[in-house]
Each structure stands twice: as structure tokens, then as C-alpha cells.
Ligand binder design. Sequence first.
Ligand SMILES: Nc1ncnc2c1ncn2[C@@H]1O[C@H](COP(=O)(O)OP(=O)(O)O)[C@@H](O)[C@H]1O
Ligand SMILES: [Mg+2]
Length: 380
Amino acid sequence: MQHVNPFYTTNNIPSRYFCDRAQETETLVRSVTNGNNMVLMSPRRMGKTGLINHVFTDKRIGKEYNCCFIDIYDTSSLQEFTFRLGQEVFRRQSAGGIRKGARFLEVLKSIRGEFSYDPATLGPKFALSLGQIQQPLRTLEEILQFMESSSKPWLVAIDEFQQIGKYDEKNMEALLRTRFQRLANVTFIYSGSERHLLYMSTGTLELKPIDRDKYVEFARRQFKNAGKSITKDAVEGLYDLMEGYTFFMQKTLNEVFASTEKGGDAGQIEVFAAMDYLLDTADTTYRNILAGLSKGQRTVLSTIAVDGHAENVLSQSYISRHYLGAASSVQAAVRSLLAKQLISRDADTYFLDDKFLELWIRRCYGISLEESWVERGREG
Ligand SMILES: Nc1ncnc2c1ncn2[C@@H]1O[C@H](COP(=O)(O)OP(=O)(O)O)[C@@H](O)[C@H]1O
Ligand SMILES: [Mg+2]
């Protein structure tokens, strides 16, 4: 039997290694099968993409829908959006055979003649370059019309949807949302992490951390299945330290699992060792990140990391308490840290999404992992 580490840190997790999310899966499946678009919201690395992939493989979805996933984080115009969607629809369509792929290309009248055939497979090739989409709205409409006329309905997940609000074209988000709303054969899941930028409708699912007891049970079961063990305290402490952020727990336990021999028992010490190792590995990366910041940005970032959840960072009392200098420069620093995605904000509270970076900064300031562990741990 092939040896596999049960703690996945990539997406497309086989269902037996996928922890819980039963209720969230039901909610999404129910909304999709009833033709309702949904918004899926959570901080980064909580598990949105993983959940979407999980839904795609659900038996009520996978075989019944043409499922597409596009991440538009690095797009900045409707032209790029249309390109991304066209590419993905084409890929999905071609999976059903060359003729199906070709049929899709024929429908795109606004850019007809720009496609080529792949000499290797003799199949159609999405050889379009971005600049060829001269009338993005028109091309987009053609793509949507194609999807509307398919015999199998489409399910399109658009990751980092809030990005559309930053497009060169104004009001694009509202315009697209309204247009998508009217489609009968296409259902959408809009996911995003920037709460203040994301349009919240009645159909919004806020993805919270996985339930603590469920995650602890899941993690210990994975060790047990492999003839290893990990203490309850160790997993609970890890959960609290990482505030339930799925990625950082998985990454740490992946390491703990790998360094625990068959028949071996892991506890708090092994979890610390794994975290120390992971922070050391990230050392160069983190140093480079900090080196790319201005002194003011570095100071604000470190202050927030040491604080954990920093409230009212822009208030005069906070600024003077932490010797941050002029209010206007703190404001500018916060703005660029948000733009660089090094910090996130929920109402008036600022925090780091990257828990490893947070712990790494704290460690630089002499706050050991053990101290952070105790500080974050639940009482009792
Ligand atoms: N239910 C789950 N069980 C186990 N691991 C998960 C689960 N959900 C997410 N993960 C892991 O956590 C990491 C972060 O999840 P991801 O879906 O990429 O977060 P997001 O899209 O919210 O940024 C993924 O790499 C994945 O390996
Ligand atoms: Mg994601």
C-alpha cells in the first residue's frame, strides 16, 4: 500500500482526508441544486477552495453539472475575466470530446477565426491571446449564451470575486451579478476573503473554523489509522494557537505526522518542534517580505502581530501607546499592508491571516512559541 500523509495542504483532498464541513456542503449543494447563487466568505486559508472542490465531487453535483472553477485574484479587467472564463469553459467542454470543444469555439462569433487547432491532437486549441478580446462584454455574452443552451447545467465557482470591484471598468461587479442572476442554466458560487469588499446577500455562507472537537477527533483518527498517536492536548493547543485556521493546522500536523514513527506518540513537544522547523524553513521568505516594506509598514505589521487582534489601530491612544508616530503615516502603512494582503481587517480589528508569519514575527520579538501557546490557550 502506498504511504500517504493524511494531512493535506493542497486542494482536491480525497474525501476520507477531508475534515467535516458536512453542514456547509449541504448548504451549498442545496442552494446550487435549487438554482440559487451563493456567496462564500471567510478569511484566507480557512478552507473555501477546499470546500468548493469537495462540493464539485459530491454525487449530486459532480455528474449533474459542468463544474468550473476560476480564480480571478490576478485579473484587473473585464477582458481578463472573460479570457479566464472562456478558457475554463473551453477546458471543461473539451473534456467531453473534441467536437464539444469545437462547438463552443464556433459560438464565439466576436472572436471567430482567432482559434487554432492543435496539430498534436487535431483538436481545437484555446490559442487565444488576451488582446484578441476586443469587446469583452460581447464575448462574455456569447460564452454565457453558450452555457445557457447546454443540455447539462453549469456550476461556476469564482474565487476572489471581490477583485471585480477593482477592475478598470466601473460598477462591473453589480452589472455582472445582475446579468448572472438572470441565467437559468448557470449557477454561481462567489467566494472571497475581503469582507468589507464583498457584497453580502441573503445567500451568504460565512465559513467559520472547523468545529474544534471535530478537528481534534479528525486529527487523532488520522494518526491512529496509521498506527501512531497524538495527544488531545497537543491538537487542542494547536487549534487554539492557530485560531482554527485550517491551513496552518494541516501544515503543522503534516510535519508532526511525517516525523512520528509508526508506533510513536506525539505530544506538545513534537508540535513545537514541527512549528519551529516550519518557521525556520520560512525564514528567508519572511525576511524578504519584511525587507520589501518601509520602516513604518514594518513597525505597524510587527505591532499587530505582537498584539494578535489589534483594535482601533488608527486611534490616537493606540498610536501613542505603541509609539507609532504620525497618525497619517500609520494610516498609509495600514492601507498598504491591507493592499499587500499582509493584514486583514474585520470592522475595527486588524490581524494577520498568515499565522506562521505572525508567530515568526513574535518569535523575532522574543515571544516564544510556548508563550504564544499559553497566551492563546483556552482556560480550564
Ligand atoms: N475540510 C478540510 N479538511 C482538511 N483540510 C482542509 C479542509 N479544508 C481546507 N483544508 C486545507 O487547508 C488549506 C487551506 O484551504 P483553502 O481551501 O485553500 O482555503 P481558502 O480558499 O479559504 O484560502 C488547504 O490547502 C487544504 O489542504
Ligand atoms: Mg482559496
